[in-house]
Design a protein around this ligand. Structure first.
Ligand SMILES: NC(=O)c1ccc[n+]([C@@H]2O[C@H](COP(=O)([O-])OP(=O)(O)OC[C@H]3O[C@@H](n4cnc5c(N)ncnc54)[C@H](O)[C@@H]3O)[C@@H](O)[C@H]2O)c1
Ligand SMILES: O=C(O)[C@H](O)COP(=O)(O)O
Length: 309
């Protein structure tokens, strides 16, 4: 019998029929989970005992889930880059091989970050909304040329974001404890939050971990140059939304563009919704058909390697 592989990441599930041949060629049976939702720990505990492999989405891949439901599991792959929802150590303790698919979304997420920078600087989304409603607004924007941008996390997404910002004529500073210069990118390394009071744009492209959770907080808001634009395409809890709200209220922050939030989907009662100059995404920064195909096939290959013995 072929090893059975549970897939619980919605982007891959939405194109699931496309991967039938890939699963067959890999000698695996691909089994779709629920395309509409992130599964809870209890739902995973009920589901997992039927599977040898798990391609994980944003579900809580926790110690409790493995303890109660992971007895048959022999391999796991986190679809995508972010691993903040996965307890890697818990898998390793049980001898279950696990990997993510690093380095796969740099261009796609950087395209969204760059789109946000343009959208914020020129109020593109507000103008669109108001024209549709019958208006003809003329907000004065800011030029990007010669503006200073800080990028937090100079990895795959951060470097591609820097490339785009440099193409707009911006000066780029990168905050990354493991900064490595890229020969064709003129980027200055800095230690967070050095020079924060000089920035016009601040973009988060780092992982969520104990060091980055809440790194954009009240103290940072009190230091920024008035009128800062903030972009987050990384993970929601890196920004304390209460601090961002305070900054938007006072004008310290001109506007923010967020693909990710502390709670997803963004709660209807979130005060952030009241700021018309802000731009909101739906944690969709990596979601292009091309990227989903590429990453899903990579995930299947990793799974086949793990399960071949
Ligand atoms: N919006 C989306 O849909 C989307 C898509 C893909 C990834 N992401 C998020 O973006 C993150 C980054 O992805 P990537 O592919 O660039 O990863 P990456 O590993 O290539 O780069 C991350 C960089 O952040 C740096 N970093 C780590 N801790 C830091 C800290 N305390 N301060 C500053 N920098 C720090 C690392 O040294 C590394 O260079 C992922 O972990 C994921 O959470 C979001
Ligand atoms: O971390 C990632 O790679 C992206 O956010 C997309 O993956 P996700 O759907 O698991 O968040």
């Amino acid at each position: 019998m072929k090893p059975r592989v549970l897939v619980t990441c919605p982007p891959m599930l939405r194109l699931f029929e496309e991967f039938g041949d890939d699963f067959d060629a890999a000698g695996l049976e691909g089994c779709p989970g629920d395309v509409t939702q992130v599964l809870s720990e209890d739902e995973l505990i009920d589901l997992l005992p039927g599977y040898d492999g798990w391609i994980i989405g944003d579900d809580p891949a926790s110690e409790r889930v493995l303890d109660a439901g992971g007895s048959r599991l022999r391999a796991a792959v986190k679809w995508g880059v972010g691993v903040d929802n996965v307890d890697f150590a818990a898998f390793e303790r049980r001898g279950i091989p696990i990997t993510n698919t690093p380095g796969v979304f740099g261009r796609e997420v950087a395209d969204v970050a760059a789109g946000y920078v343009l959208g914020l600087a020129r109020s593109l989304y507000r103008i669109d909304r108001e024209v549709r409603a019958g208006g003809w607004p003329k907000p004065a924007g800011v030029s990007l040329w010669n503006k200073r941008c800080g990028i937090v996390g100079f990895g795959d997404i951060g470097r591609e974001t820097a490339r785009r910002c440099l193409a707009f004529g911006m000066e780029v500073i990168a905050y990354d404890p493991a900064f490595v210069a890229v020969p064709d990118l003129e980027v200055r390394a800095a230690v967070w939050p050095e020079a924060i009071e000089t920035l016009d744009f601040l973009i988060f492209t780092c992982p969520l971990n104990v060091h980055t959770a809440g790194m954009f907080n009240d103290k940072i808001v009190d230091r920024v140059k008035r009128g800062l634009f903030v972009v987050n395409v990384a993970r929601g809890p890196i920004i304390r939304e209460q601090a961002l709200h305070r900054g938007l209220q006072s004008g310290a922050i001109a506007a923010a563009a967020l693909d990710v939030f502390e709670t997803e989907p963004l709660p209807t009662e979130s005060p952030l919704r009241t700021y018309g100059d802000c731009i909101f995404g739906s944690h969709n920064g990596s979601n292009t058909v091309d990227a989903v195909r590429r990453v899903s096939r990579t995930a299947i290959k990793h799974m086949a390697e793990f399960l071949k013995n």
